[in-house]
Design a protein around this ligand. Sequence first.
Ligand code: BTN
Length: 238
Amino acid sequence: MVELLSIEAIQGALQGYWRVSILDETPSTMNNLKSSETEPWDLVAAEFQSAGRGRLDRKFESPKNSGLLFSFYVETKKDQKYWGFIPLLIGKVVAATLNEFSGQTQFKTKWPNDVLVKDKKISGVLVETHKSGLIIGVGINISNQVDQLPVPTATSFFLETGELINRNILLAKILNRFREVFTTWESGGDFVNSYLASSATIGEEVEIYLPGDEKLSGRAIGVNQSGALILEGGEEVT
Ligand code: BTN
């Protein structure tokens, strides 16, 4: 059994201001932040979500205590036309932190919002606009056994490394790293190349599902500053 989420353990490892709440159970941590009182750097983590959701109206399911499930709210003065890069930034941060924890380099991003290890999904990111900013939601499979995975194409940190990691420390490291990357990005830092270096998508033939069951396919050759995927031939997918 992994250690339970603990505000003290998280706050003790965090740098900078964050207002952290932990819930034993909630429909979705995204919804917990959908209040007019939510302020930048408010964060909600939960041991279980009864109606966790992913992109394109999909469900995101994770057995109690087995994942790291959290959402936080950010605001930025950066022009809204670049906000599409934010899901890529958080995906890159999650992949880098999982690599740091495992001492490996096998955790990669899959455009736009997944983290993969050996072609299996370990994490997904969901970003929704709220007030004048964004709610960023992250789910990572941590201690799931094979029979606790939502689909056979998913995996968990435990299944890939044999290790049970401390979710409180993992969360704090992800948040510390995100804050640093986000601040640099806001002040003009260019993360396109470092995103491409973390990507399992670039150079591959891809099929992209769009809202309304539309599907696009082609060879992925890059991303732009707005987070759009560039296909061979120049088509940009947002
Ligand atoms: C995806 O895979 O399409 C995105 C999954 C995002 C899941 C996280 S878990 C915390 C937050 N609350 C939710 O309901 N969804 C996000």
